[in-house]
Every structure is written in structure tokens, then in C-alpha cells.
Design a binder for this molecule. Structure first.
Ligand SMILES: CC/C=C\C/C=C\C/C=C\C/C=C/C(=O)SCCNC(=O)CCNC(=O)[C@H](O)C(C)(C)COP(=O)(O)OP(=O)(O)OC[C@H]1O[C@@H](n2cnc3c(N)ncnc32)[C@H](O)[C@@H]1OP(=O)(O)O
Length: 288
């Protein structure tokens, strides 16, 4: 009898360890992401690639895996945010675009495209809590979410034209859908970065928050309104609103990726990327 009790207790202990280990696995299995579930079954996905959440293939493929997982586990919503109180994401990693083999650039671009498709088309509601600057790829990630809340005194926008390449068509469409044709044309052709206040005025973000905590309160308010909406009706409505862009990228995605790869590989664009990177380093040296 004594042996049976001990065995059962040990088994229970083992099982409980296994369960908590599995719970930790989901939040701790990633190198550059933290994924936590709150009490409302909302996933808080925090990018944590220090210092500025530069989007390399690995971070992007982790985001892609999480999106698949959240879809399968039927989460009630998702908040995408950054560990940093200064930068949401500094966009695509220049180190994977500069002097890189076409295969490296291709992997980077196809992975961001995969993320765009999954995030933009996700069945659950999505909010970007933008706790810092969000240039280029950072802005794209937030545009794929349904709602954007940004902390004061940062900048957001698509400045890719300054790097010597054009904004891909579906990214143009994301911007047009959000701020309208006229504003998008003016912003994209000049590579304009908007301050938080300007972004609100033009509709690039939906709300301003004074800090991270109040941004999360606002994100909860946004997500809570869906508690009384049947998820399937919400999902189909979202799909109808987003179908045109999703269909376009699923049909033409490969062409867009190849166009982007050859654009980035052009000597002139490579020169501009090198100059841009050097400029960033100089700015940093001068400010130290
Ligand atoms: C359907 C379509 C098909 C295909 C295409 C799909 C998608 C394409 C979508 C859009 C195109 C997107 C393109 C891009 O994203 S290109 C990247 C553009 N990014 C930028 O222009 C931002 C550059 N960074 C900054 O302006 C500043 O870093 C920032 C304001 C974000 C933060 O400033 P802070 O002073 O806080 O930090 P820094 O000292 O500048 O940076 C720290 C450290 O990080 C390095 N860094 C920064 N950004 C990048 C980057 N993008 N890539 C690589 N490295 C980066 C920086 O040099 C510093 O390095 P170190 O000096 O070694 O510490």
C-alpha cells in the first residue's frame, strides 16, 4: 500500500511538472519572441530581438509559427508588441539584404510575405501596441493588424523609397486601405515618417497612449468589444474586407518576391543601403 501511494504521488508530481513544462515550452521555445496568454485567452506576442527588433528571417519565421499556432488553438485575440520602450521594430534586416546571396534575400522576403498573409488574414482580432519607432517593415507589421495604438513621441511610416527601391504593390495597397489614396501617395513617394500625432491625424494609427500600460488598457478595450460578437461572423466579415489583397498576394506572391529580390540586388540599391547603414553608424558615433 505504501509503495502504491508513493508511486502515485511520484507519478502526479511528474505529470504536473510535465504540464507546467509544456506551458513554458510555448512561451519559451523562441529565441526572439515571448508569447503569453492572458486570462481572456488573448496572446501577447512580444518581439524581443535587442536592440531594435530588426526583422531577420529567424524572427519573422518565429512570428509565422506563432500565428499558425494561435490559429490552431483558437485564441480570442492577439496583441503584437515590442520589449523596447523606444523601438517597435526597425524593419527588415539590412544585414540580410546587403551583399547577400539572392537566396538569403529571397528567404527574408518570402518569410515577411508569409507573416503578412497570416497576420492580415488571421481569424482572430489583432492589435499592434507600438511602443516606439516603427519604420518600414515595422510599419508593415502594424498595418497587418486591425488596430494600432501608439505611444507618444515616436515615428512610423514607410521610408523605403529613400533606399532606392519602390514600395511593393501589396504594401502600397495596405497603406491605401488604411490612410486613403491621396495620403498614401504623398507619404510613399516621399518616404515620409509620421510622428505619433501626425499618424493619428492621417489615420495611420487609431489611438495614442501616454505609455505602454495605458496602450495595453486601450488594446484590452478594443478586444473586449468582440466578446459579444460571434467569432465566425466576425471572421467572415474580416475576410470579406481583406479578400482582395489576400487573393492578390496568394496568386502573385512569388512574382512579388522575385521582383523584390532583383530590386534589392541592383548595384545602385546596394550602394544606397551601404550609405544608409554607414549614416546610421555615424549618427550613433556623433551622438555618443
Ligand atoms: C508583397 C510584397 C512582397 C515582398 C516584399 C515584402 C515586404 C517588404 C515590405 C516592406 C519593405 C521593408 C523594407 C525595410 O524594412 S528596410 C529597413 C528600413 N529600416 C529603416 O530605415 C530603419 C533604420 N533604423 C533606424 O532608423 C534606427 O535604428 C531606429 C530609429 C529604428 C532606432 O534608432 P536608435 O538610435 O534607437 O538605434 P540605432 O543606434 O540606430 O540602432 C541600433 C543598432 O541596430 C542597427 N540597425 C538598426 N536598424 C537596422 C536594420 N534595419 N537592419 C540592420 N541593422 C539595423 C544599427 O545599425 C545599430 O547597430 P550598431 O551600431 O551595431 O549597434
Amino acid at each position: 500500500m505504501y509503495r502504491y501511494v508513493c508511486k502515485t504521488m511520484l507519478r502526479r508530481l511528474f505529470l504536473s511538472k510535465k504540464v507546467s513544462y509544456q506551458a513554458r515550452l510555448f512561451s519559451g521555445n523562441f529565441r526572439y519572441l515571448e508569447v503569453l496568454n492572458n486570462e481572456n485567452n488573448v496572446a501577447i506576442v512580444t518581439m524581443k530581438r535587442a536592440p531594435v527588433n530588426t526583422l531577420n528571417s529567424e524572427l519573422l519565421s518565429e512570428i509565422s509559427s506563432v500565428l499558425t499556432n494561435l490559429d490552431e488553438t483558437k485564441c480570442s485575440g492577439m496583441v503584437l508588441t515590442s520589449f523596447s520602450d523606444k523601438v517597435f521594430s526597425s524593419g527588415l534586416d539590412f544585414n540580410e539584404m546587403y551583399e547577400s546571396r539572392p537566396a538569403t534575400i529571397r528567404t527574408l522576403v518570402s518569410t515577411i510575405l508569409e507573416v503578412i498573409i497570416k497576420l492580415y488574414g488571421s481569424p482572430f482580432p489583432t492589435v499592434a501596441v507600438i511602443t516606439g519607432h516603427a519604420p518600414s517593415g515595422g510599419c508593415v507589421l502594424s498595418l497587418c493588424c486591425e488596430y494600432r495604438i501608439m505611444v507618444q513621441n515616436f515615428q512610423i511610416g514607410l521610408n523605403v523609397v529613400k533606399l532606392g527601391y519602390s514600395t511593393p504593390l501589396s504594401i502600397v495597397q495596405l497603406m491605401v486601405n488604411t490612410i486613403g489614396h491621396r495620403n498614401a501617395e504623398l507619404a510613399l513617394t516621399s518616404g515620409r515618417l509620421f510622428t505619433t500625432n501626425e499618424a493619428l491625424r492621417v489615420g495611420l494609427i487609431d489611438e495614442i497612449a501616454k505609455d505602454r500600460a495605458s496602450a495595453f488598457d486601450k488594446a484590452n478595450d478594443f478586444l473586449n468589444q468582440f466578446k459579444v460578437i460571434p467569432p465566425i461572423a466576425r471572421h467572415f466579415t474580416k475576410q470579406s474586407m481583406r479578400r482582395a489583397l489576400l487573393q492578390d498576394v496568394s496568386i502573385n506572391g512569388k512574382i512579388y518576391v522575385e521582383d523584390f529580390v532583383s530590386l534589392i540586388s541592383r548595384p545602385k540599391v546596394q550602394e544606397l543601403i551601404a550609405a544608409y547603414m554607414a549614416n546610421m553608424k555615424n549618427k550613433k558615433k556623433n551622438s555618443n
